[in-house]
Design a protein around this ligand. Structure first.
Ligand SMILES: Nc1ncnc2c1ncn2[C@@H]1O[C@H](COP(=O)(O)OP(=O)(O)OP(=O)(O)O)[C@@H](O)[C@H]1O
Length: 571
């Protein structure tokens, strides 16, 4: 467990963790010794000369004092190291998530990572702060007490020691028999978290479908599965708990019978037997909590394994000696890209000279958005090369590549902050005048004037307080502020009201001016702005040329526009 913890966190934490474990072990030994000193104290007190108890009482008091100091220091150390590890873990996870390919994040992963980052990290890090001390105490204190028991009365001591391998065997067996149930519960936990995220995101669709009161079957099924998994985990842990309790009771009974036998035979004093039985009872307490702690440690371990798996996900490799793009042209050379076993881009070659506006059209699922994502290196291609400014995107440093590209997505995400903060994301170090100019060019200034609070108005979580068109204007202002030489546009497909539509188009027109543009186009108005059009189907270019030329050709593009976009042609 500790080894796994250090692998996940990094070995720079090895020293404080080892120091804490050593301190906890010393504390447990001191606890055992202070308990064990009760034997000579009680033996002397109930013996013929009670005054002999004094030196033992002093030793007992000193041992308790040492134990108290050590306990304070080890608890403090566990807490401090635990919080340091927690902070370290959050940093490590945050840094790593920021380097993972954007394409890695889907709804399932978002649910999984939010559970991991919330309860998973806390649970995994609680090992040092809360679980390790009782675990070490449950293992070391009884062994120390047994060692002292052997010193005072070897028969009773050995009888108690016989319990050690039985307890260890029960723990190992319990760990193995609950492993499958633990793993299943963990999987169910993640699945349920993903379903909750999906359920929340699907609210508009569920309500439009009139399913306001009805529950979401997929979420229900997954929560029921989770409940079953929890029940199985509890049932599978039960034999271990019962076995441990029975073992402790059996050993105590053996000690009682053996103690009575020795006392009656005269080979041990009644006070000695009594005090050893008190010690045996003292051993039982930590042993009985052992199964509970071990269960919690197993839970923390599976969270740690989840964190380990995320941290082992490879980020897209960075070139050891990054190159800088020269110019603003784009090129796809025999590019193949797959999602799982599905080929989404199939041997596509295309070049977009500097300053050209290229529209990509085609049926849904043709791979249009994927084409944009490959330019921005959200994923790496499976074969072929994508070049920006003549350089393979894999050879350009991520930051430099991102400097070259401004993207306006179909779905605009705004952070819960002010409009100004959201626009500034385009270029955080931009001056006030630049931010204002970008907002004006995107016709966002009209929106800001209307909002109570103006620039300081809060946009709400995900930009919920703005309309779709207003959010698009924020995203265009961001892109304008970034002032990157290459613009990628994934056109808004939902209808905007006429005022917003005109504003968005005006903003986009300004954004495209003098830049290399690749736009996924769904509307005639957008396509007409392009210098060239490629028609994509099944990840391949089926036709390419100018709008009028393609219409005249009467091929796939003409069919597509005549059939599916007929209403738009009247724009
Ligand atoms: N994360 C993903 N995992 C698996 N398959 C995916 C993923 N993202 C996209 N795909 C698949 O890749 C194919 C191309 O998707 P893409 O979004 O590029 O199409 P598109 O032409 O932009 O479609 P639309 O016009 O409907 O947005 C689709 O079949 C889609 O199902």
């Amino acid at each position: 467990m500790i080894r796994m913890l250090l692998r996940v966190l990094g070995h720079e934490y090895a020293r404080p963790v080892r120091r804490t474990v050593a301190l906890m072990t010393m504390t447990a030994v001191a606890e055992g010794l202070s308990c064990a000193l009760l034997v000579p104290v009680l033996r002397a007190l109930f013996g013929s000369t009670p005054a002999d108890a004094w030196p033992w009482l002093v030793a007992f008091g000193a041992a308790v004092a040492v134990y108290a100091v050590l306990r304070y220091r080890s608890d403090l150390s566990g807490f401090l190291v635990g919080t340091t590890l927690l902070r370290g873990m959050y940093h490590r996870l945050g840094d790593h998530l920021a380097r993972l390919p954007v394409g890695w994040y889907d709804a399932r992963r978002v649910g999984e990572v939010s559970v991991l980052a919330g309860q998973g990290v806390l649970q995994a890090m609680s090992v040092i702060a809360h679980l390790l001390a009782p675990f070490v105490s449950a293992c070391v204190t009884p062994l120390t007490i047994v060692a002292v028991m052997i010193a005072f009365n070897w028969q009773l001591g050995l009888a108690a020691l016989a319990a050690a391998p039985v307890v260890a065997a029960i723990q190992i067996w319990a760990g193995r028999s609950t492993a499958a149930a633990d793993a299943e519960r963990h999987d169910r936990d993640r699945e349920a978290a993903g379903r909750v995220v999906e359920y929340l995101q699907a609210q508009p669709m569920l309500r439009v479908g009139g399913r306001t009161a009805e529950r979401f079957r997929l979420l229900d099924d997954s929560l029921r599965g989770l409940q079953r998994a929890y029940r199985r985990t509890l049932l599978s842990a039960l034999p271990g708990v019962v076995g441990l309790t029975l073992t402790v009771q059996a050993v105590f009974t053996v000690l009682l019978v053996l103690g009575a036998h020795l006392a009656l035979g005269g080979s041990a004093g009644a006070a000695e037997v009594l005090s050893i039985l008190v010690l045996a009872a003292r051993c039982a307490d930590p042993l009985l909590v052992l199964s509970d702690i071990a269960g919690k440690i197993r839970g923390a371990r599976s969270e740690l394994a989840g964190l380990d798996a995320v941290l082992r996900t490879e980020p897209l490799p960075e070139a050891p000696e990054p190159v800088r793009p020269v110019g603003r042209g784009l090129e796809f050379e025999s590019v193949v890209f797959r999602h799982g076993r599905r080929t989404v881009i199939d041997g596509l070659s295309l070049s977009v000279p500097e300053g050209e506006r290229l529209a990509v059209v085609g049926p849904s699922g043709a791979g249009k958005s994927t084409l944009l994502q490959l330019i921005a290196r959200f994923y790496d291609v499976d074969a072929g090369v994508v070049r920006v400014g003549g350089a393979d995107v894999r050879a350009i440093g991520t930051e430099v590549l991102m400097e070259q590209i401004a993207i306006v997505f179909q779905e605009v995400y705004l952070f819960d902050g002010t409009i100004e903060e959201n626009v500034r994301l385009g270029r955080p170090d931009a001056g006030e005048a630049e931010v204002r100019a970008a907002a004006a060019a995107a016709r966002l200034d009209e929106v800001i004037e209307r909002l109570p609070g103006g620039w300081a108005a809060n946009v709400g979580e995900g930009g919920a307080l703005l309309s779709g068109g207003e959010r698009q204007r924020v995203s265009i202002a961001r892109a304008l502020l970034k002032n990157a030489p290459i613009v990628l546009l994934d056109e808004v497909t939902s209808a905007l009201d006429p005022v917003n539509e005109a504003a968005v188009h005006e903003g986009i027109e300004r954004l495209m001016a003098g830049r290399t543009v690749v736009m996924v186009a769904h509307r005639m108005r957008t396509v007409r702005r392009a210098d060239r059009i490629v028609f994509l189907d099944g990840g391949r270019i089926v036709e390419e040329g100018g709008h009028d030329e393609l219409l005249r050709r009467g091929g796939r593009y003409a069919d597509f526009w005549n059939v599916s976009m007929a209403p738009a042609a009247s724009e």
